[in-house]
Unconditional design. Structure first.
Length: 77
């Protein structure tokens, strides 16, 4: 799951494609194919970023919980 930079890569391919096909077909393909692909890839990149942040938050909370359990076990009645 590593989509970082995929949007930029697709946009570069789109530019190259449009330079090679500078006509109505190229423009239509850009709107119907490349824009949706770039949009989806951008969404995937954003989701991956959110997943990384959420995973880090969960790991931090787990560490805090483990620390609290250790402290609670060390309390002597």
């Amino acid at each position: 799951m590593y989509y970082d930079g995929s949007t930029q890569t697709l946009q570069g391919l789109e530019r190259q494609f449009l330079e090679a096909m500078d006509d109505d077909l190229g423009a239509k393909l850009s709107v119907e194919v490349f824009y949706p692909m770039c949009s989806l890839t951008n969404r995937l990149e954003n989701l991956e970023y959110e997943i990384k942040n959420t995973r880090q938050m969960i790991e931090n909370r787990l560490d805090e919980a483990r620390d609290l359990v250790r402290k609670a076990q060390n309390i002597k009645p």
